[in-house]
Design a protein around this ligand. Structure first.
Ligand code: HGY
Ligand code: MN
Ligand code: MN
Length: 416
């Protein structure tokens, strides 16, 4: 005997079409996206999202960090809402689905509820969090971090990109400083659908990831100072080469992560060399170390080892060395009751599933500090993400959105 509503499904073609339309905004050069936060493309994507939400009968609210909240009324206006969402900003060479599936999947859930005339006791709020990626303005998950009280709004709005542009000025420039005080909203729960961005679900042949935990992270920005000099006429023993220091530290970061297996990762992703001229020994290098683990002790040990290694290399080469932590969050445990709801939704829909720890950081990692939170994941091809070749199947997208639909029906309490 099928359970009530068991056959409810989202409209997969409509979801896929919305994903495709959004991907046309801020296109990359190889089929993916370059819709970085607070750019004109981000602004255009925000307006499209707002139009779609209003067409679905939702009322849009925006807070002072540009976080967008589209509300579908519940039958009980006083009930704490159920939030569902993710982010529309992308990496500079990002994919079409990282973050976007979570926002448009949540919109599709509302569209489906509208089609079916489903009423819920609790309001439902579809959310777009500003600057999840942290690619242009570090740290990642910046606006959800302000919402959760991790960062002050002043700190967030002072963050600068590589061109020296200031977050607060860019947010004002694109016209998305909302009138709501950030963090004023209270939630009954927050559900985030996201692609896995790793290879586990596909390799295990599972369609749904029930996310029980998220790994913790440090972003350490290291500045090495040496001496600009001629690459041809400067004898090797007279060089103070910041580029060599960066290379040695990059190798040490890899070795440190490998020494903490299983369950640790580390790399250097962003490097800025000065003066970055072919025939000048770099006098200064600024680079960011990204280390992560689901285990707090490993995370802390890796940070200490990276900092020790950096200072040791700098001493060896006669370099100045300063280290600033520009991003951090502790390992996350999502709400066990919501995890159960997601698992039951996957079972009810007949989707293969497994519990999983999120390798990537997400807005849900911060919102988990202020409301019961859980994530639903779908696979991505080859586990590839933060790459324009990021790919998912329409079936995976639909499965994730269907689980989100059934979890939302449960948590927001359907009213017959
Ligand atoms: O860095 C992260 O894990 C996320 O993709 N911003
Ligand atoms: Mn993301
Ligand atoms: Mn990302």
């Amino acid at each position: 005997m099928p359970a009530p509503g068991e056959n409810l499904r989202i409209n997969s073609a409509r979801l896929w079409d919305s994903l495709d339309q959004m991907a046309q905004i801020g296109p990359g050069v190889a089929g993916g996206c370059n819709r970085q936060t607070l750019t004109d493309a981000d602004n255009e994507g925000r307006h499209l999202f707002q139009r779609w939400c209003e067409e679905a009968g939702m009322a849009m609210g925006v807070d002072s960090m540009g976080n967008m909240f589209a509300t579908r009324a519940g039958t009980d206006a006083d009930a704490l809402p159920v939030y569902m969402g993710s982010h529309l900003d992308t990496q500079p060479t990002g994919g079409r689905y990282d973050g976007v599936l979570g926002v448009l999947g949540a919109l599709e859930v509302v569209r489906t509820m509208n089609d079916l005339g489903v009423k819920t006791r609790r309001p439902i709020v579809v959310t777009n969090w500003t600057n999840e990626e942290g690619a242009r303005f570090a740290p990642a998950m910046l606006a959800s971090g302000v919402f959760a009280g991790i960062h002050t709004e002043e700190y967030a709005k002072s963050r600068k990109d590589l061109e020296g542009k200031v977050f607060g000025e860019e947010l004002a420039r694109i016209g998305w400083v909302g009138d709501e005080p950030v963090g004023a909203r209270t939630m009954h729960a927050m559900l985030e659908l996201h692609i896995e961005q790793g290879p586990i679900l596909e390799a295990e042949g599972k369609t749904i990831g029930v996310v029980t935990h998220g790994q913790g992270l440090w972003w350490l920005e290291i500045t090495l100072t040496g001496k600009d000099a001629h690459t041809g006429s400067t004898p090797m023993n007279m060089r103070v080469n910041a580029g060599l220091g960066m290379a040695r530290i990059t190798e040490r970061v890899h070795q440190i992560a490998m020494s903490h297996q299983p369950g640790a990762v580390g790399a250097v992703g962003q490097v800025n060399v000065f003066p970055n001229s072919r025939n000048v020994i770099p006098g200064k290098v600024v680079f960011t170390v990204d280390i992560r683990s689901p285990d707090q002790a490993k995370l802390d040990a890796m940070r200490a080892e990276v900092e020790r290694a950096a200072h040791a290399v700098a001493t060896e080469l006669g370099l100045g060395c300063s280290i600033e932590a520009v991003g951090h969050f502790a390992p996350v445990t999502f709400d066990p009751d919501l995890v159960k709801v997601v698992r039951q939704a996957a079972e009810k829909l007949g989707h293969s599933h497994m519990d999983i720890i999120s390798g990537a950081g997400h807005d849900a990692c911060w919102i988990n500090r202020v409301a019961p939170t859980v994530m639903v994941m779908c696979p991505c091809v080859g586990g590839l993400s933060h790459n324009e070749a990021e790919e998912i199947s329409p079936e995976w997208a639909a499965a994730g959105a269907d689980v989100l639909l059934h979890a939302a029906l449960e948590v927001a309490e359907v009213v017959s």
